[in-house]
Design a binder for this molecule. Structure first.
Ligand code: GTP
Ligand code: MG
Length: 458
């Protein structure tokens, strides 16, 4: 270490290697250390560094202020500092790359801060490179999170809690069969529309996160695609994403629907949840749609799955039981800094949020194979002088006949989809939205790995 930071206990250390790279994370919980290590490795890879040892250390405000005073002559705590070490060949082990010091109470996003610090360490400088570093940073975060990300430098946010207060924060992965109500529950928790919802199974294709923050806790809910056996590259990626999210979560929330008996799909997921070996909570959703007897039976069926942890009867639709579930989830969170600014409700960037609102209307307006054959990409969002937005979007399908259905007689279908989506987009944006929507055939997009990469399904 270049800095004279106090040495954390061994329980706080996470050290891992990847090819010739070694990244050590100090001062973070096990789960957080794993995430930050992955972020650092992704940034090193993007910068073309393939060997060396790097340390990421989390410090409190007082320590950050001291480092700033000593090395930069500034009496302030900042979000991240990089201390490169050039050309020092260690006697044993990989060469030293340097240290990235991160101050969680000053960060809006810890992964972003680590990527930012590592890129600086690798010689990038956003103040002089005309956007090159921030573009690379956005690219790394996109790859890490499987969806488009912003490209701003880490910014300082004031947290609602003082630095002396202990906070709890962590990731809760929602695992359950398609259609049991995972996205509806995330929206209910976040108090806003984070994820689109439909009565068609496999609505959710990417991991989206909803954020709920209390005085001294923050729950990050990872809405996941309904777990399933893969059929093509798209569904294989969706399932791989779910497995990774379970492994990366602090708590797993297993969800079934009271309206259907527990089936092989639910048991398959219960197995994956058990394998993840995380603190687990189960919820029986949609109790508003069944009588008490059926709810009791569903609770019993879940009990027989023999998962660890408590079981909650809830209705994501009406909110019944959701507050009790939330309190219990918070009690299982590890102690740690907030992971998002307290005012955040989701991590979904505007392009993706708009694309999903359009896809939601496609799901509402079409049937059979069409909903699953459609993907939406927002290519551009323009702001007009009057403050309104112009959103350019492509609606892909796989065949000419699907295109004909989507356009409809006299263009009626695409108009109906567009105007319903536009209304939702205007609510989200808070300003009027003009939508330029084109229907295009893109054969086999569900198998096109390059394309799936580009649209963030990883
Ligand atoms: N009655 C009732 N319906 C619900 C409830 N929660 C969700 N639903 C409905 O169930 C359907 C599926 O909800 P989603 O939230 O999209 O389900 P999901 O688990 O995210 O589905 P995938 O994304 O396909 O995995 C929608 O029609 C919801 O309106 C509930 O508590 N009660
Ligand atoms: Mg969903």
């Amino acid at each position: 270490m270049t800095s004279a930071a106090s040495s954390p206990s061994s329980a706080d250390r996470d050290c891992g290697t990847d090819a010739g790279l070694e990244v050590e994370v100090l001062g973070a919980s096990e789960e957080l250390a794993r995430r930050l290590r992955r972020a650092a490795l992704a940034a090193l890879e993007a910068a073309g560094v393939s060997d060396g040892h790097l340390a990421v250390e989390l410090v409190d405000r007082a320590r950050m202020r001291e480092l700033n005073a000593r090395f930069r002559g500034r009496d302030a705590a900042t979000d991240v500092l990089s201390f490169p070490i050039d050309g020092v060949e260690a006697a044993t082990g990989p060469r030293e790359l340097g240290d990235v010091i991160v101050c969680p109470p000053e960060c809006s996003d810890l992964e972003e801060a680590v990527v930012h610090g590592v890129l600086h360490l690798c010689g990038y400088d956003h103040e002089r490179d005309q956007g090159q570093m921030l573009a690379l940073q956005a690219d790394v975060l996109t790859r890490l999170r499987g969806s488009a990300s912003g490209s701003a430098a880490p910014r300082t946010v004031a947290l609602a809690v003082g630095s002396g207060t202990k906070t709890r924060a962590g990731f809760v992965a929602l695992a359950g069969r398609p259609n049991v109500g995972k996205s509806t529950l995330v929206n209910r928790f976040a108090g806003t529309k984070v994820a689109i919802v439909s009565d068609k199974p496999q609505t959710t294709r990417r991991e989206l996160r909803g954020v709920v923050t209390g005085d001294d806790w923050q729950l990050v809910l990872c809405d996941l695609p309904g777990f399933q056996r893969p059929r093509d590259e798209l569904t294989a990626r969706m399932q791989a994403r779910v497995e990774r999210a379970l492994a990366d979560s602090d708590v797993v929330l297993y969800i079934v629907s009271a309206t259907e008996p527990i089936g092989p799909g639910d048991r398959f997921i219960a197995e994956a949840v058990r394998r993840a070996e995380k603190p687990t909570v189960a919820a029986v959703n949609k109790i508003d749609a069944v009588d008490r007897e059926r709810t009791a039976l569903a609770l019993l069926e879940v009990e027989k799955l023999d998962l660890p942890g408590e079981i909650f009867p809830i209705s994501a639709k009406t909110g019944e039981g959701v507050e009790e579930l939330r309190e219990h989830l918070v009690s299982l969170l590890p102690e740690g800094p907030f992971l998002y600014p307290p005012e955040s409700r989701s991590d979904v960037p505007p392009e993706l949020a708009f694309a999903e609102l359009i896809r939601e209307q496609v799901l509402r307006h079409t049937r059979e194979e069409v909903p699953h054959a459609v993907e939406v990409e927002v290519s551009e969002i323009e702001r007009r002088p009057d403050g309104s937005l112009v959103v350019h979007a492509d609606l892909w399908c796989e065949t000419e006949s699907q295109k004909a259905i989507l356009i409809g007689a006299g263009g009626r279908m695409v108009k109906a989809i567009g105007s319903a989506a536009r209304a939702e987009m205007a609510i989200l944006a808070g300003v009027p939205v003009h939508l330029d929507l084109r229907v295009r055939v893109r054969r086999g997009w569900r198998k096109d790995e390059g394309l799936l990469d580009r649209i963030g399904i990883r």
